[in-house]
Every structure is written in structure tokens, then in C-alpha cells.
Design a binder for this molecule. Structure first.
Ligand code: PLP
Length: 364
């Protein structure tokens, strides 16, 4: 057995530790998971009502192009339905983009440190990832523009950036786009778009009309709370979508996922409530960290990267033993940081209580 050359040395992706696994391994019953930026409020109750309608269709393939969801989402975003492509999570859209546009030897520019799938998919396609260090946790767009060569096919921008949560602003993006050659695609991964409350955050979907190089990625896994169903999407010029459709698996967005996403989209009240709860939870955690003097990046997502000042793995293990799963910064390139998902109020309290114990801090 000989895998393709590009897989040599490629690590297997390590996701956040699953809740069930930690319960089993540590014999704990009260475990909370704040490790994968999932929605602590689940999804809209409308999702389960609408799934009942699928009961009699389980033996049938889904419609590959997700026509109902496509129409509804296009209306919601104010774009033509032909500009949408769905994936088995936005993860799959990342894969489709690399598969469609990268030839061996091509380059893709991305931040260091950012969401790891851009790099992995580039490597699998035989491309070269060109990583430009973040500046204070923020994408260095000037540095990224300088890193573009005649071999560059794609620039990946994660906005808000995972794991720092920082954003790049409209003007910064526009001046960057003015420097990017016409044949280079710019992928804006906006998995956490719905959590952002900074008014200078760019409205990339409206930029698409005049800039056919843009691909905007979003997902139903985060604020819509449908990570289990695996459905995300890209918005791009029709010519780009046509090419992506050539590599798309025919039934990639499954029937239940399409139905669930349609129902979730229809419950914007739920989305608004989650947005507000996240903003409150973010303040709840940040104000305690500020009191302790623990630095953290200014996050616009549903997670926070904080500096414990100790080896991350040690603090991660300590929290784990107490039944709180977070993400160790060690695996993310921040050896003294933790990335914690903003939970509900009770979960945030529990996290702060246990963190206080692990770090020897007081809580008043
Ligand atoms: C920045 C970013 N992009 C994409 C994804 C993938 O999301 P999904 O495949 O669930 O849509 C994630 C998941 O954590 C993410 O953080």
C-alpha cells in the first residue's frame, strides 16, 4: 500500500475531545464541552418539527442541488440562487475549492495561525502553503499581499479568525483586494459571521457583485446549531460555482441536513437570541479574565483565546480532570493559551470556577 506522495507526513486532524469519550475515560457524569465552538443552546426547535416531514423519505437520495434551501438562502442573502454551493459542512467546500483550483506546485497564501484545513487541503492537492504570521493575532494583509507570486492561486482569509477571534475590517479588505492579481481567488471563511457585532466588519456578499475573485464561506454548524447535520455553503460568482460543482459529490448535502438548515434559517429569532447570549457570555468570561489580569485576544466569534501564562497542556489536563473540555493552545500554536467556546451562563461560571482552581486564582 502506497498512499499518494502528498500524504507523507500529513497529520490526521485532531478535533476537540468528544463529550462521551471524556465521560467514559474519566468516569465523570457532569462534563461540559467548550472545545469545538458549538452552540450551547442547540438548534431552533423548529428543526425537529420539520424533520418529521422527512420520515417517509429516508430511502430516497436528496436533491443534489438543494433547490428549496437554495431559493430560501438566496433570498435571505440577497444573491442569485446560482451563486450558492452547498457542502457537507463548510469543511467540504474548503476541500472542493482546493480540489478545483490547485494544481501540484501552485501556492496558496494563508495566515499562520489560522483554521488548519486550508493548509491540509493545499498539501493534499500537491500545492505549497505560504503562511504569513499574524500580527497581534490579526491577519497581516499587507504581508499576505507581498507573499503573492505568479504561482499563487488562492488566498485564504478566516474572518473572524479561528483561533484568535480577531477580524479584518472593510477598508483593510478593500485595499488588500486592490493589490491582489485578477486570477487569484480570495476565500473569505466566515464561519462565525453571525456572531460579529463590530460595524466595520466587511459585508463580503455585497462585494461579490463587483469582485468575481471572492468566495464567501459560511456554515449552519455554528450559530444555527446544526454541526451534527454537516451543512455549510459557499457564495461565489456563477462561473466559480460551475467549476466547483464538477468536483462536488452528487449527494453531498444530505436530505436531513437540507431540511434542518431550511427550518433553522426560518427561525431568525433563535439566531438573534444566540447572538445576544454569546455577547453576554463573552463579557462574563472577559471581565473575570480582566480582573485576574489574564490577556486574551479581542474576539468577535463564539470563542476566546486566552493566555494562562502556564503551559497550556497542563491547564488543559487540569480542566479535563474536572470535567471541562476546552482546546489546548499547544495544538493550535499558542503554547500557553486555551481556546474556550462561550457556553451558556452556567457553563461559563463552571469554566471560570474550575479555571480559578487550576490557576490558583480567587473568584469573588
Ligand atoms: C473557521 C472555520 N471554518 C470552517 C469550519 C468548518 O465548519 P463546518 O464544516 O462544520 O461547516 C470551522 C469549524 O470549526 C471553522 O472554525
Amino acid at each position: 500500500m502506497k498512499p499518494k506522495r502528498t500524504l507523507v507526513g500529513l497529520p490526521v486532524y485532531q478535533p476537540g475531545k468528544p463529550l462521551e469519550e471524556v465521560k467514559r475515560e474519566l468516569g465523570l457524569s457532569e462534563v461540559i464541552k467548550l472545545a469545538s465552538n458549538e452552540n450551547p443552546f442547540g438548534c431552533s426547535p423548529k428543526v425537529w418539527e420539520s424533520l418529521k416531514e422527512e420520515e417517509s423519505f429516508t430511502a430516497m437520495y436528496p436533491e443534489g442541488l438543494a433547490p428549496e434551501l437554495r431559493e430560501e438562502l438566496a433570498g435571505h442573502l440577497g444573491v442569485a440562487p446560482s451563486k450558492l454551493i452547498f457542502g457537507n459542512g463548510s469543511d467540504e467546500v474548503v476541500q472542493m475549492i482546493a480540489r478545483t483550483f490547485m494544481e501540484p506546485g501552485d501556492e496558496a497564501v494563508m495566515a499562520d495561525i489560522t483554521f488548519p484545513r486550508y493548509k491540509t487541503q493545499t498539501v493534499i492537492e500537491g500545492g505549497t502553503p505560504v503562511e504569513v504570521p499574524l500580527k497581534n493575532g490579526v491577519h497581516d494583509l499587507k504581508g499576505m499581499a507581498r507573499a503573492i507570486t505568479e504561482r499563487t492561486r488562492i488566498v485564504w482569509i478566516c474572518n473572524p479568525n479561528n483561533p484568535t477571534g480577531t477580524i479584518i475590517r472593510r477598508e483593510e479588505l478593500e485595499s488588500f483586494l486592490a493589490e491582489v492579481p485578477e486570477d487569484v481567488l480570495v476565500v473569505m471563511d466566515e464561519a462565525y459571521h453571525e456572531y460579529v457585532d463590530d460595524p466595520s466588519y466587511p459585508d463580503t456578499v455585497s462585494l461579490l457583485d463587483r469582485d468575481p475573485r471572492l468566495i464567501v464561506l459560511r456554515t449552519f454548524s455554528k450559530i444555527y446549531g446544526l454541526a451534527a447535520f454537516r451543512i455549510g455553503y459557499g457564495v461565489a460568482a456563477e462561473a466559480v460555482v460551475t467549476e466547483l460543482n464538477k468536483v462536488r459529490e452528487p449527494f453531498n448535502a444530505n436530505r436531513l441536513a437540507q431540511r434542518a438548515a431550511l427550518a433553522a434559517l426560518g427561525d431568525q429569532d433563535f439566531v438573534r437570541r444566540c447572538f445576544e447570549a454569546n455577547r453576554d457570555g463573552m463579557k462574563q468570561i472577559q471581565s473575570q479574565l480582566d480582573e485576574w489580569g489574564l490577556p486574551h485576544f479581542p474576539s468577535q466569534g463564539n470563542f476566546l483565546l486566552l493566555d494562562t501564562g502556564r503551559p497550556a497542556e497542563e491547564v488543559f489536563q487540569c480542566l479535563l480532570r474536572k470535567g471541562v473540555i476546552v482546546r489546548s493552545g499547544a495544538a493550535l500554536g499558542y503554547p500557553t493559551h486555551l481556546r474556550v467556546t462561550i457556553g451558556n451562563e452556567k457553563q461559563n461560571e463552571r469554566f471560570l470556577d474550575e479555571l480559578a482552581q487550576c490557576l490558583g486564582k480567587r473568584r469573588d
